[in-house]
Write a protein that binds this ligand. Sequence first.
Ligand SMILES: [Ca+2]
Length: 346
Amino acid sequence: MREPVSHRGAIDASPAHGGDAPVRGLPWGEWATAVLLVALGLQLQACTQRGTGEWYEVVSQYPGPEVTDAAMRRKIEKSGQPWKVRDHATGIEMVLVMPGEFLMGSPESEAGRFSNEGPQHRVRLTRAFYLGATEVTQAQWRRMMGSSQGFFKRDSKPADGSWDDLQAFLSRANAGIPEGTERLRAPTEAEWEYACRAGTTGPFGFKGPVGHDVLNFNDGVVKSPYVDGKLKVVDGKLEVEWETPPSPGCRMTTAAAGSLPPNAWGLHEMNGNLWEWTADRYSPDAYSGRGPVAVDPIQRAVGNDARTLRGGDWYRSARHSRSAVRDEGGTSTRSNRIGFRVARTL
Ligand SMILES: [Ca+2]
């Protein structure tokens, strides 16, 4: 806005200039007109970008204080891309994850490890992407689908459902955006674990001890999920028959989206709460033979191939909510323990 003079040539070519008599009549008219037209031009340019190119509105240009990983902060600020955005169609808030490398899978020394978590190997992700700051909520689900979908009903809680349900949701969210261009999608398994770890190398994406204040999990032992032969929800929580009751603070229900502390990249409830669908076909030995560095790895899925689930859930022990844990789900599998998180490449 301080450079109108350098744009005088462009103003002379503008048909608007000659018709702007009141401004031209002033001694400083040329200068004022230049300012006006440059301002109008900038506004027009901004409108064009919003109208045709942008699928989001900016929530926060710069990383919030919750992004405690200094390296990721620097990458985001250097990129010039907004850190947190809100997808126009769904209302989902998403945070920017910049490219980088990490060790995927768990080391053999990790307590509670399952064999399908290895071999641990280096992965390089070459493209920045936006990832839902939380699991998809029931309010966001209803906005797209017209009806709620969640076993523990509340707008602020995550929706649950199958891979096929997610495809229906994405189909509506991406209406009008051509296939073959960037659209909302499920994250790849590698993207999911990279974002869950957020620079950490331990069992969980958060630091400090495992507790109900940082992870939604169940540290009791369930004898049966049924009471009197059926699932019983009281005050929004599942009542079960216990073999061993859990410690105080155990929820036995989903936590509201974003209610637990974020990881170092600003993502909530990656570990625990609900399992999340990823785009990869499930293969227990997916990591074998990936070489020294796997670049943007994905197990391509076709049709009804079982997909890989990540993150664990409110019903199982913390062991099942570790960052490296991998499970599988058939595409039509619905469960009150499986939800959704969406991604989109820039
Ligand atoms: Ca989760």
